[in-house]
Design a protein around this ligand. Structure first.
Ligand SMILES: C[S@@+](CC[C@H](N)C(=O)[O-])C[C@H]1O[C@@H](n2cnc3c(N)ncnc32)[C@H](O)[C@@H]1O
Length: 362
């Protein structure tokens, strides 16, 4: 009965004390038996996986998911079709396996323009909200209202680490804010423009900016194209809309100041990466920009045939002879003045494109 209710802590040892047997539970229960509060030791048999606790027909055991995401105190997993009748048993096993997980959800994929998960609670508390901690920052998320994935934590750190002091950064597909807030809190940008078309995401973004005291961020609701036009010129843009980021590339290129970097994400097979690189070069040329650096990096496997891949594109305005410098202030003057200013800055500080002008990886 305790197992069915999901309150028995199976990783702890049951204690025999005289003629009594003490069972460790997650809470005090009124079930007509005496209770007491005491310490329990860890069991001898380590439960390595929720699979050790779940009861499903033997023929379906191989279909049990081997991994799932944990967002705050919510476990999010993809239940295979054949295991749907057993989803409550699976959810219950996860709750018993890790008492810190309070909700288990079935994820049927990210859908629509706002990239929101189609999810349902299969065990635990009936809620879709939680607080997730990433790189020491706290994010309120609502998995049924706005996109969030914990799998991009390392990528967000990589991008934040590349931000230089004084930059103006744009995050026009900000979701609940994990790129923008990390950059604002861990680096020294002049400003971060974080926006999203999903009003529910923007409400969470605003709450997260306040909760993390990320006061260099300006949050807005709106379409990326419009916002990029309004905030231009900027030094760095995160184009995190992998299924259609290329469509926004011309707008991003137009929003870059004298020089800047765009991080463009795509989901595609490796064979199509060279085509994307050519596309980026052509778009930059059409925008009157030179590509001074272009790198690609696999962020994660998305499916057996596709990766989420980052293309880091650094571009500069003007001819080769003008010697563009890296200037966080460039964007706030006219482009011609900006080029001049950045040239001066590079001579004075010696901080120039040398470190970033490695040959493009093809
Ligand atoms: C893949 S999510 C990325 C969220 C965020 N960068 C993160 O790491 O959690 C893409 C986001 O882009 C937003 N979006 C989709 N189309 C948009 C558009 N045209 N303009 C602005 N935002 C858009 C969606 O609402 C969604 O929040």
């Amino acid at each position: 009965m305790l197992t069915e209710r999901g309150v028995l802590m199976q990783h702890l040892r049951i204690v025999q004390a005289g003629d009594r047997i003490l069972l460790p539970t997650t809470e005090r229960l009124e079930i007509g038996l005496p209770t007491e509060e005491r310490e329990f030791e860890s069991g001898f048999v380590a439960i390595r996986s929720y699979k050790d606790l779940v009861e499903v027909p033997d023929r379906l055991r191989a279909s049990l998911p081997s991994s799932f995401d944990v967002i705050g105190d919510i476990a999010v997993m993809r239940i295979p079709e054949e295991l749907r009748p057993d989803q409550e048993a699976i959810g219950g096993a996860i709750l018993r396996w890790n008492p810190r997980i309070r909700v288990v959800m079935d994820d049927r994929g990210v859908k629509g323009d706002h990239r929101v998960r189609d999810i349902g609670v299969i065990a635990g508390e009936r809620r879709t909200t939680t607080v997730h901690v990433e790189h020491g920052l706290r994010y309120r998320v609502d998995l049924a209202a706005a996109y969030f994935s914990p799998r991009l934590a390392s990528e967000r750190k990589r991008i934040a680490d590349s931000v230089q002091e004084g930059e103006i950064v744009a995050d026009p597909f900000a979701g609940v804010g994990p790129y923008a807030i990390l950059i604002a809190r861990r680096r020294r940008p002049r400003a971060v423009h974080a926006s999203d078309a999903n009003p529910l995401a923007v409400a969470l973004l605003r709450a997260n900016i306040a909760a993390n005291r990320a006061d260099r961020i300006e949050a807005r609701e709106g379409d990326a194209r419009t916002i990029l036009r309004e905030i231009a010129p900027v030094d760095r843009i995160v184009l995190d809309l992998p299924h259609s980021a290329l469509e926004f590339l011309p707008d991003a290129l137009a929003a870059i100041g004298a020089r800047g970097t765009i991080h463009l994400y795509r989901i595609l097979p490796e064979a199509e990466e060279v085509q994307t690189i050519q596309h980026i070069r052509t778009a930059a040329r059409a925008a009157g920009l030179r590509v001074t650096d272009l790198r690609r990096r696999h962020v994660r496997a998305y499916s057996p045939t596709q990766n989420q891949t980052a293309f880091d594109v650094t571009v500069a305005r003007g001819s080769r002879l003008s010697g563009p410098g890296r200037s966080p202030t460039a964007g706030r003057t006219s482009r011609r003045r900006a080029n001049r200013a950045s040239g001066r800055r590079s001579e004075q500080t010696g901080r120039r494109s040398g470190s970033r002008s490695g040959r493009p990886r093809r």
